[in-house]
Design a protein around this ligand. Structure first.
Ligand code: ZN
Length: 416
């Protein structure tokens, strides 16, 4: 990796140093440390005092009082929904170009908040093709998007407004192929109904016969697509896990009139490494309605201690959840028994691994993409520091220029 390119145009190397570096894996926290950005990648990471001789002359941006960590990964987003009061109704009436604008605005806000990768889990087909390259950003740096295209659902089922209703296996396979043609990396299976769309389908039970789910998962995996299953009730979660999905979204264990966490199913998920996508937003601790926080936190604590991998994400885009909500949502994860550094790893290195993006992103490691977030203060002491952004790089390109202190960063910034 060339670290000796200083002075050679847009890909010159830059050393970012900070009081603390959290690398996003192995619980590693380095004090007085730095990362060396060379083009789109990281060339070196370590204690500043141990900087190799060959890098001594490179441009140096000291971020005093700051912490460097990997860019955050939002594991469950809907870029087509606006996060306002009635996002599904708005999606139904909006023109396609308005939906693309909504997605572009979402991506800009996410990048400014330090989110450098996002998994979109449901959008109309016209958005799917545009998403991969950062729809509407006009060449400016934005988060990398992996996505599921149009979610597979039953006729009149959850999110059928997005256009993915299938009444039998052959229609399901046709949708998976169409999504693949539009660049989808994932299949989103609406295994149960939901609470947010107006469709009359149960959030508790599977919307599909088991053989359809089995076939959809097999077909997706054969096309190198992973599968995310939306499931609330125990019956639906069992159906998803038996079909072999990679991630279960929500996994709220809701039943008519209460909750039932199925210990045998938790053990099965742990054994298979089936991950649970937590969909916790920054208001979760105040939740007292259908899914009160005391219930949700004990479910997620149990999954965590049982060895079920957790995926960090907010379900942003749904009502009242803005797309840049992830950093503010993460402090609540300490209620599951995680330390702040474990939570950061959940939203960076572990998310990357579980979503199939490691080792390219998710950790500050030589050779990985330079997806970097710098915040003021030390989030290993308090995760509330994650919202005080000092600087963000996406593949080496600054989205947010360093705010501390004024620095010789201008040359790097000209790349925009
Ligand atoms: Zn969702």
């Amino acid at each position: 990796m060339a670290g000796n390119q200083a002075g050679h145009g847009p890909h010159e190397a830059v050393l970012l140093s900070a009081d603390t570096v959290i690398t996003g894996h192995r619980r590693e926290v380095l004090d007085d440390a730095a990362v060396l950005v060379a083009g789109q990648k990281l060339a070196w990471v370590g204690h500043t005092r141990a900087l190799p001789e060959e890098y001594r002359g490179v441009r140096h941006v000291p971020l005093r009082g700051c912490t460097l960590l990997p860019g955050l990964i939002e594991g469950h987003a809907h870029l087509c929904l606006d996060g306002g009061k009635a996002p599904f109704e708005r999606l139904e009436t909006a023109r396609p170009e308005e939906v693309v604008d909504c997605a572009a605005d979402a991506l800009r806000r996410m990048a400014l908040a330090g989110i450098t990768t996002v998994r979109d889990l449901g959008a109309p087909i016209f958005l799917a093709a545009a998403l991969r390259n950062g729809a509407g950003l006009g060449g400016r740096p934005g988060p990398r998007v992996i996505h599921a295209g149009v979610p597979l659902t039953s006729p009149d089922g959850h999110c059928a407004v997005m256009g993915g209703a299938a009444k039998d296996t052959s229609e399901a396979l046709a949708l998976i192929d169409d999504n693949r043609r539009h660049g989808a990396d994932w299949t989103k299976l609406m295994v149960t109904g939901g609470f947010l769309s107006s469709a009359a389908c149960s959030p508790y039970r599977s919307q599909f016969p088991q053989h359809l789910l089995d076939t959809a998962v097999r077909a997706s995996h054969a096309r190198a697509m992973k599968v995310a299953a939306h499931a609330h009730g125990v019956e639906g979660i069992w159906a998803a896990v038996e079909a072999g999905v990679d991630t279960v979204e929500h996994c709220t264990w809701m039943e008519e009139g209460g909750f039932r966490v199925d210990a045998a199913l938790v053990a099965e998920m742990s054994r298979h490494g089936t991950a649970v996508s937590v969909t916790v937003n920054s208001r979760a601790r105040a939740a007292s309605g259908r899914l009160p926080w005391h219930e949700r936190r004990s479910q997620l604590a149990l999954l965590h201690t049982s060895g079920v991998p957790l995926i960090a994400g907010t379900d942003c885009g749904i009502g009242g959840t803005p797309h840049d909500d992830l950093p503010a949502s993460l402090d609540a994860y300490t209620d599951f028994g995680m330390s702040p550094v474990e939570v950061i790893e959940c939203a960076t290195g572990a998310n990357a691994r579980l979503l199939g993006l490691a080792p390219q992103t998710g950790t500050l490691t030589p050779g990985s993409w330079a997806d970097v977030l710098a915040v003021h203060g030390d989030p290993s002491e308090s995760l509330t520091r994650l919202t005080d952004v000092a600087c963000v790089l996406v593949r080496g390109r600054p989205v947010v220029k360093p705010s501390s202190p004024p620095s010789p960063y201008a040359a790097l910034s000209q790349e925009n």
